[in-house]
Design a protein around this ligand. Structure first.
Ligand code: SAM
Ligand code: SF4
Length: 337
């Protein structure tokens, strides 16, 4: 059976009645940076034979689209370090306007300059670029050696290619928590939106995240001292809440998994680079689509997806604090942020 064949178009509805229309795919766990909150310095990556092939990812994506997924975000690890990324993006992009409404990407931006035109060619119109600071030294510290100039060149190229850009900034105490207003002004001047993110306890890293955790109420307070900020009703299918900032074109987004749980409206599933479906970023429950697909083909995918839907938890149970260990052993780079 062709994965696109809609022989059974049962939509993906979980046990809590939430309709799954959004799939995030981590196309690789590898990365050229080592952000302190995301990975340990000596990160061990998965052996290549455990990673889904391009063909497997494309077939699984086909099946998700056939069952009602309307938006796909490609992430990682760093998606642009995967050699066949362009082919994959183009292959999934063929579904745009034929079932799929939007294909997006989350990237650290270091390889954007080479790839911006290819992204547009594949049908991608909006990207998220992670940038936690505008200061080159702080950037090198947070990413353990990254060169901010490459990200800036990537952002310029992406803008010239016509991509619309949202900057993701993880709030980190003592590193960037004095710079929320500066980042917002810079984003507005560049024509980018800004989303602030609370650090989440995913995978062991070398640091204690408690030391770096900043509730985003602090960021909002700092911004409100200088600007009127009003909530917007916009949702993009992701977990962010959005705000308009008086006098600015840029939209401000807040992702607050710790201080304000966002799970009730969760419409997402996550496919990892090794072919597992995790029902929630904060739980270990998963099903192994790679094993099912390799032994039973497309038909086996469907029955496994149905059992995954029966186990999607209502909410994550992240905690951060002295007695709290990582909620999951796997890193965000495996699941796809
Ligand atoms: N490498 C790409 C990037 O950095 O944009 C894509 C993958 S990265 C895992 C996706 C997003 O997750 C990034 O915005 C990153 O800042 C965020 N992230 C990673 N680990 C996190 C954590 N422990 N808590 C909160 N956000 C995290
Ligand atoms: Fe790499 Fe993105 Fe994780 Fe940073 S946040 S280490 S860029 S995967």
């Amino acid at each position: 059976m062709d994965a696109n064949e809609k022989t059974d178009v049962a939509p993906l509805i979980d046990v809590h009645g939430r309709r799954i229309e959004y799939l995030r795919i981590s196309v690789t766990d590898r990365c050229d940076l080592r952000c302190r909150y995301c990975m340990s310095e000596k990160m061990t990556f998965l052996p290549r034979n455990q990673i889904l092939t391009l063909e497997e990812i494309a077939i699984i994506a086909d099946r998700f689209i056939a069952r009602g997924v309307r938006k796909i975000r490609l992430s990682g690890g760093e998606p642009l370090v995967r050699r066949d990324f362009g082919d994959l993006a183009r292959r999934i992009g063929r579904h745009l306007d034929r079932g799929l409404d939007e294909l997006t990407l989350t990237t650290n931006g270091t390889h954007l300059a080479e790839h911006a035109d290819m992204l547009v060619d594949a049908g991608i119109r909006r990207i998220n670029v992670s940038l936690d600071t505008l200061d080159p030294e702080t950037f090198a510290f947070i990413t353990r050696g990254g060169d901010i100039a490459k990200v800036m060149a990537g952002l310029d190229a992406a803008r010239s290619s016509g991509l619309s850009i949202k900057i993701n900034m993880v709030a980190l105490k003592g590193l960037n928590d004095h710079a929320f207003v500066d980042m917002l002004r810079w984003c507005d001047a560049q024509g980018h939106d800004l989303t602030l993110i609370e650090t989440m306890p995913l995978g062991e890293v070398d640091e204690d995240r408690t030391d770096r955790f900043v509730p985003l109420s602090h960021a909002l307070q700092a911004i409100r001292q200088e600007y009127d900020v009003s909530p917007l009703s916009d949702r993009t299918g992701g977990p962010a809440r959005y705000f308009a900032v008086d006098g600015m074109q840029s939209r401000l987004g807040l992702i607050t998994p710790l201080s304000e749980n966002f799970c009730a409206g969760c419409n997402r599933m996550r496919l990892t680079c090794q072919g597992r479906i995790y029902m929630c970023l904060g739980h270990e429950d998963h099903v192994d689509l790679k094993a099912a697909f390799r032994s039973g083909g497309v038909a086996a995918l469907d029955s496994l997806l149905d059992s995954a839907l029966a186990s999607k938890p209502l909410a994550h149970d992240f905690r951060i604090g002295a007695d709290a260990s990582a909620a999951t052993v796997r890193h965000m780079s495996v699941t796809g942020g």
